[in-house]
Ligand binder design. Structure first.
Ligand SMILES: Nc1ncnc2c1ncn2[C@@H]1O[C@H](COP(=O)(O)OP(=O)(O)OP(=O)(O)O)[C@@H](O)[C@H]1O
Length: 302
């Protein structure tokens, strides 16, 4: 299969979306990493993409931005094919890879001057303010920055042109807690002030909880629970089922995310949404446990 001979159904892709994908499949050799990922990120959303180490978050971002060619499926950026991104769309996109590097020999100020000529939307005052706020001296040589400083520089570089779409791969992994808070505040501020759409990947659930308006779990090659954070918190529950009730469970329930059999035949079930499982509450001994996002992550991906 190949993305050119087997395009996803274009008609159901919303051309207004900053980012959209249908049926993305990607493997490295025989290892399948993405197994049919569909995604829509509406304008102005801050989507937190969460998943365990090696779940495929960077690979998915690579496909979404046209940096990796999927074996099947299609990704669109601002309505156009990600694999053939023109300059106009590139100029509206800010991307921070997981390990930002390059231009190590340059001074920070030199790089920013160069980028200012390259990006039509570059805002020099905003760029200077970001460097000042994140305490990066423009006179520093980029190659001598610490990993955390390099990450802050990469973020300042991505934010300075005030992109319409900001994609951040583990943006806070090398940052200390103060810098992480700063960054998250910046993200929310930018999203709210200018309607910037943000996709960021993380395995730090508390970061995601702080800023994301939407959340998606990448697990075993598929996206689970791609919905508003409030909805996920309100409508995802754990149901501890006694053995007698567990024995009568169908093979899969609507909205079922995880099922764990406990010693003695009892089952711990995690379900999303309100339909398909309410009758289980009629069984004696069955109750619902609210799950925080961290517990949910552990239940689903653990
Ligand atoms: N170029 C490659 N060749 C072979 N395997 C790869 C390649 N890139 C990634 N992989 C494998 O694909 C899987 C997904 O990797 P990816 O980096 O996308 O995951 P991730 O969710 O971003 O991980 P992390 O949270 O650790 O950064 C991993 O098992 C990784 O080893």
């Amino acid at each position: 299969m190949n993305a050119l001979t087997l395009p996803a159904t274009q008609h159901d892709l919303d051309l207004e979306r900053p980012l959209a994908a249908r049926g993305l499949h990607l493997g490295y050799g025989r290892r399948e990493v993405l197994r049919g990922v569909d995604l829509d990120i509406p304008q102005g959303e801050v989507l937190g993409l969460i998943g365990r180490n090696g779940a495929g978050k960077s690979s998915l971002i690579g496909c979404l931005l046209g940096l990796l060619r999927p074996q099947a499926g299609q990704a669109l950026v601002f309505g156009g094919p990600a694999l053939r991104m023109d300059d106009a769309r590139k100029a509206r996109l800010g991307y921070v890879p997981q390990q930002p590097q390059a231009f190590g020999w340059m001074k920070v100020g030199q790089l920013f001057q160069y980028l200012g000529q390259l990006y039509p939307g570059w805002d020099p005052a905003h760029a200077t303010a970001l460097l000042r706020r994140w305490e990066i001296d423009p006179g520093r040589t980029i190659g001598r920055l610490s990993p955390g400083e390099a990450q802050r520089l990469a973020l300042a570089r991505a934010l300075a042109p005030r992109p319409a779409l900001l994609v951040l791969d583990e943006p806070a992994s090398a940052l200390d807690p103060v810098a992480r808070r700063e960054l998250l505040r910046e993200l929310v501020g930018q999203a709210m002030d200018t309607g910037t759409t943000v996709l960021f990947s993380s395995h730090i659930v508390s970061d995601l909880e702080r800023v994301a308006s939407r959340v998606a779990f990448l697990h075993q090659g598929r996206l689970l629970l791609d919905r508003a954070l409030d909805e996920v918190k309100d409508e995802t529950v754990r149901l501890p089922l006694p053995a007698a009730a567990a024995a009568r469970l169908p093979a899969a329930l609507p909205g079922e995310l995880a099922r764990r059999t406990l010693p003695g035949g009892a089952v711990s079930l995690v379900v999303a949404g309100r339909a398909g499982w309410q009758e289980l509450l009629l069984v004696e001994g069955v109750r619902t446990d609210r799950l925080g996002l961290e517990d949910l992550f552990v239940e689903v991906a653990g």
